[in-house]
Each structure stands twice: as C-alpha cells, then as structure tokens.
Design a protein around this ligand. Sequence first.
Ligand code: HEC
Ligand code: HEC
Ligand code: HEC
Ligand code: HEC
Length: 494
Amino acid sequence: MRLHKALLLSSTFIITTSFMVVPESPAGTGTMIKKEGIESRNEEWAKHFPLQYNSWKQTSQSEKIIDMLEKKPQLAVIWAGYGFAKDYNAPRGHYYALQDNINTLRTGAPVGPITGPMPTACWSCKSPDVPRMMEKDGELEFFTGKWAKYGPEIVNTIGCGDCHDSQTGGMALSRDYLKRGLEASGVKLDEITKNDMRSLVCAQCHSEYYFKKTPWEDKDGNKKVAKVVTFPWDNGLSAEEMEAYYDDIQFKDWTHKISRAPMLKAQHPGYEIFKTGIHARRDVSCADCHMPSSVEDGETYTNHNIQNPLDDIDNTCLSCHDQSEEEFRTVVEQKLQRKEQLMEIAMDNLAKAHLEAGKAWELGATEEDMADILQDIRHGQWRWDYSIASHASFFHAPEETLRLLAVSNELAQTARLKLVKVLAKYGDIAYMAPDFTTKEKAQALAGVPLAKLVEEKKRFKATLVKEWEKQAVKNGVLNMDSRKGMSDKSSYSN
Ligand code: HEC
Ligand code: HEC
Ligand code: HEC
Ligand code: HEC
C-alpha cells in the first residue's frame, strides 16, 4: 500500500482505506541476473541495481552490540539449559546476520563438518546461499547434518537472492517452508498479492518455526534424519493456536535445567504478532515502514536500508501521518515503557518460578506434585517469549503484546502459588530464590561455563572459519570485497 500525504485526514490517526492502491500480482523487474539457479553474491546484483545495492549495504551502519543478558540478567535463568542463556544480543543490521551466527556462543565451536552442536537449519535465516544450496542438494539433504557441513557454502549475508528471483529480478519467496506454513494456515498461494509480498518476504525469517525431525531415504537408499524448518501454523498464528499445535505433538525445544519444565522457545514470531495490529489490519506492509521510497539523482527507488523507521521518520511514518516528529517519537516511547513495565514483572515471576521449582525437586517433590506447575511455567513463558522475541511488537501490535504479557505473568504467579504449597509440604516455608541481578550471577545459576565457551569459539574462528572462507573464495561463491571494512564485534570481544 502506498498512501499519499494529500490523502491524509489531518490531525487524527484515522485514515480511510478506500484510497489504497489495488494490489497487482508480483511483477518482475525484467532483469535477468543469472540464467539458472540463485545468485547469492550481492555484488553481482549491484552491477544491475546500484541504488538498491548501496542502500542495502547501509545496513552495515547498524553495528552496535547490545548484550541482552547484561541488560536483562533474568534471561539467563529463564533459558537455563538452552543456548540463549550463553549469548543473546539485540538484532543488528542484515549486513551482520551471517557473521553474528558464526560469532554467537550459541552455535558453539565445530572442528569439522560433522561436529555440532547445531543443525544445518541454523543457517536458514542468514543468507541467500541457503536457497541456493537447497536447490542444489534438495531440501531434505540440506536439512540433514550439522551446520558446519555448509560452512564453505553459506558465506554471503542476507541479500538480494533472499527476496528476489534471479531470473526475473521480481520479488519472490525463496523459502518453501514459508509457502508450506501459509498453506497449512489456509492461505491460497495463488491469491497472494503484491502488497502481501511486501510483508511475506520478511515473514520468511521474522516468524516462528521449529526443527521438525523428518526421517527420509536418499537416492542410494541411505536412511537419514532431517531437521526441517517448519512453521507451526496449522491451527492459526496466535500464541494460543501455536501452543495447541506444540502441545498436541508434545513438542519441546528443551528441558529446563533448573525447573525441568518441558519448554518452548519462541523464535521471533514478528510477522504473526504484527498481523494482529492496526497497521496490518489496514494493509500497511513491513516495507511501507522499513523500506520507504527514496529519490537519488531524480530516480525513485525502494530504499533497502532496512532499519528502525524512526531514523528516517520523514519518509516512513510521516508519509502517511501528519503529526509532528516529536509527537510520534513520544507515542512510540510510551508504548515501549508500557511493555517494559509488564515485561519486567512477568520475567521476574518466571525466573523465580523456575528457581522455586528447582528447590522443590531438591527437597524431594514428585512428578505428580510438579506436573501441573511445570505446564503453567511452559505456557506462561511461551506467551512472554512470543510477545517479546518478536522484536518491536510493543509498536507493531501493542494490545496483543500487553495481553500476552499479562497472561504470562498470571500463569507464572499461579505456578509460584502452587509452589509455596509444594515447598511447605517438603518442609520449607521460607524459601527465597537466590539473587540473579547480574549476568554473572544468573549465568552461574544456569551453569554456563562462559570462559570455556569463549575460548573454544575464538579457536574455531581462527581455524575452521578461515578454512571455510578460503574454500569459498576458491569455489567462486564468495567475493572477499563484500566484507571489506566489516567490524567483527560480539558480546565477548569488541
Ligand atoms: C528483505 C527483502 C529484500 C532484500 C534482501 C532485497 N530486496 Fe529488493 N525489494 C524488496 C521489496 C519489498 C521491494 C519493493 C517491491 C515493490 O513494492 O514493488 C524491492 C524492490 C526492488 C527493486 C525494484 C525497484 C525498486 O527500487 O523498487 C529492485 C531492482 C531491487 N529491489 C533490487 C534489490 C537488490 C539489488 C538487492 C540486494 C542488494 C535487494 N533488492 C535486496 C525486498 C528486498
Ligand atoms: C533471510 C532472512 C531475513 C529476511 C528475509 C528478513 N530479515 Fe530482517 N533480520 C534477519 C536477521 C537474522 C536479523 C538479525 C541480524 C543480526 O542481528 O545480525 C534481522 C534484523 C532485522 C532488523 C533489525 C535491524 C537493526 O538495525 O536493528 C529489522 C528492522 C529487520 N530485520 C526487518 C526486516 C524486514 C522489514 C524484512 C522484509 C522487508 C526483513 N527484515 C527480512 C533476517 C531476515
Ligand atoms: C507502521 C510502521 C511499521 C510497520 C508496518 C512494521 N514495522 Fe517494524 N518497526 C517499526 C518501528 C517504529 C520500529 C522501532 C521501534 C523501536 O524500537 O523504537 C520497528 C522495529 C522493527 C524491528 C527491530 C526491532 C529491534 O529490536 O531492533 C524488526 C525486526 C521489525 N521492526 C520487523 C518488522 C516486520 C518483519 C514487519 C512486518 C511483518 C514490520 N516490522 C512492520 C515500525 C513498523
Ligand atoms: C503506509 C501508511 C502508514 C505508515 C507508513 C505508517 N502508518 Fe501509522 N497508521 C496507518 C493507518 C492506516 C493507521 C490506522 C488508522 C485507523 O484506522 O484508525 C495507522 C495508525 C497508527 C497509530 C494508531 C494506532 C496505534 O497503534 O496506537 C499510531 C500510533 C501510528 N499509526 C504510528 C505510526 C508510526 C510511529 C509510524 C512510523 C514508524 C507509522 N504509523 C507509519 C498508516 C500508516
């Protein structure tokens, strides 16, 4: 949708929808980048589309590392036993997606193509080399094995080939798992409009998924097990509908190390929660705010510097609204503060529920004492995670975010009330959860061996990663110029 300033109703947020441009079907740009297959090297696209390329490259300016475990130490307790307790930063520009996947302590330190810890699926939302390799090897082979298997192949960060077709240049979905998710949720693929595509290209990655264990047999008759990225959308896209999906198949991402609850980790259901907000309901797309039109040397083009829209407020919000910039910043800031307040309360109760459950086990509580409590913790934490892991949901969908945080808190408190009884039953009427107010204290409670993880990671980067790069350059899939001047920051080294 594109609205024009002249069509706005002044001084209110009310904009009628009847002015919206009727969406057309996704059109190509008419430029062939490659005759066959997927062109994953962004520099090859740059030869045809310098304006789009140059703006895309500006995502490198969002390079600040914000260590969320420092900022919110409760997270390490809440995620004890899972990778996120080791390392978790706020998102940065797309330019860094690939490097951040290599750098994060969550992906460990493989020493060869078959060492773990993470599956190949881990690369899924980082690079246009992913659809390139899926096309080459087949999706099931792609999803079989450990992530290091594709180290020398997945070398270009999120770029043109993720959202555009290499033969026509037009917008395209490069991930079949999104198409399958949409179909499972009742969407007819041939009814998708061009305007839908301006959000769906983002939904390929900014969505909830899990790795579905899928046994298969290759053409030589070898039995293999793939871990296939799957969207849990069969019942619908809300937190409750996805939870029902996971409960029905008794799926868990991990067993919590302290409370032993069977946990779900929300990835980043950004698309799903966005759909519940007023902008989505009025057919405003992700690209309307994150990829506004720009003009350079008289040429109008889509700005590919996907960033915080408030950094370019004139071309984003104010292309549809006519409030003052200051008023808009205040509106967004207030929404953030409302979320922060509820989120802190919910996180505090969730972290304490885990620790109190841990104490109950220690004192001899039985499965029967705990089953109900652990289910409350699972469901409460899922709602909290669904709402906050979907970045900026406080703005994209404020009502839904606050609702989920309120219910999350209610479930965590219910669990804690039940735990008071269980603890008393086993003789402790005054248990107080230990202090988790710093990253160090929280990681110690979660049993994270940070120094060891950092040391292994550094070795991995100095050895295997260098091999990957050399091989990729030799095979012609990586142009080292694409990384010129790239900073290499992480939560553990600057
Ligand atoms: C995250 C998804 C995404 C990525 C990555 C991406 N694009 Fe786009 N691109 C879009 C969207 C959305 C549009 C707007 C399409 C529309 O509404 O017509 C667009 C439009 C375009 C157009 C049409 C002309 C214009 O400016 O509107 C060209 C050409 C283009 N992109 C080239 C590129 C190139 C080159 C790269 C890589 C450097 C790239 N794109 C990366 C999503 C993406
Ligand atoms: C191929 C997967 C992929 C696609 C497609 C994609 N994203 Fe992202 N996006 C990511 C990842 C991964 C990150 C985090 C990168 C990091 O922190 O290193 C991210 C980060 C972001 C950020 C944070 C940027 C910052 O500077 O803080 C925004 C905003 C964003 N994406 C919006 C979008 C929008 C809008 C679209 C569609 C037009 C889109 N993304 C398409 C994977 C993707
Ligand atoms: C009406 C405008 C608007 C639309 C539409 C929109 N966003 Fe945003 N988005 C924002 C604003 C504003 C922020 C920054 C909020 C803040 O943190 O101050 C943001 C932030 C983000 C971030 C980064 C959060 C972070 O923590 O750095 C991501 C990722 C993102 N949006 C993805 C999306 C995706 C995906 C869609 C479509 C499904 C979308 N947005 C649609 C306005 C919008
Ligand atoms: C493509 C047009 C478009 C863009 C761009 C846009 N908006 Fe909106 N906005 C709308 C429409 C349409 C509505 C719904 C009006 C209604 O029906 O009441 C709306 C509603 C709102 C509301 C009231 C609803 C709520 O959630 O409280 C706020 C606040 C708002 N927009 C802020 C922003 C901000 C901030 C940005 C930039 C980050 C932005 N908008 C970008 C079209 C747009």
